[in-house]
Design a protein around this ligand. Structure first.
Ligand SMILES: [Zn+2]
Length: 184
């Protein structure tokens, strides 16, 4: 952590300000120093966010990556569903739907073709649906879950198609395991 301004230089090392080669105690309290250095956390999924980023931004970047890399729709579907679950976007009815969709689509016999057929019959656009997908603003708050995998972990694999698909499936498995308390 250091920056050069004109011909002088400031460094902050362990709370000590190094200024023009001179060492001075950093005046701020320890608390504010800590807050400055603390990485930001997502208020929904509690992921530790990379600097100046958000889960929404990462989600949009991954959608781009998926489109450019011809990622199978099944993997795209798992990504969107897990993102929506972990960011409290689903109504209670949609959470029940999402749980059954994750279960069905994580079946080892699920192929891309069967996934698309399955979506046509029980997908989001099913005309017999009477409830809303989006969680209402005044809906009861959901319990907090310490998700073992988040979109930030998944994004780390977004440079290799095979590793990315594998990671999204792991994310979907862990989300399915951990989401039970949202449905109580
Ligand atoms: Zn998040």
């Amino acid at each position: 952590m250091g920056k050069v301004k004109g011909n002088w230089c400031v460094f902050l090392i362990d709370g000590i300000l190094v200024y023009n080669g001179e060492m001075r105690k950093y005046q701020a309290t320890k608390k504010s120093l800590k807050e400055d250095q603390m990485p930001e956390q997502c208020i929904f999924c509690s992921a530790t966010l990379p600097e100046k980023s958000s889960c929404q931004t990462i989600h949009e970047e991954l959608l781009n990556f998926e489109a450019l890399s011809a990622i199978p729709h099944l993997v795209h579907f798992l990504h969107v569903t897990c993102f929506m679950i972990q960011h409290e976007r689903y109504s209670n009815e949609a959470l029940v739907w999402a749980q059954s969709m994750l279960r069905a689509n994580l079946d080892e016999h699920m192929t891309e073709q069967r996934h698309l057929q399955h979506l046509r019959t029980v997908g989001k656009n099913n005309p017999s649906r009477t409830w809303k997908f989006n969680r209402a603003e005044d809906a009861s708050p959901l319990p907090k879950i310490a998700w073992s995998l988040t979109i930030v972990d998944v994004a780390q694999q977004a440079h290799n198609v095979e590793q990315y698909c594998e990671r999204v499936k792991q994310w979907a498995h862990s989300t399915l395991q951990q989401m039970a308390s949202l449905l109580l």
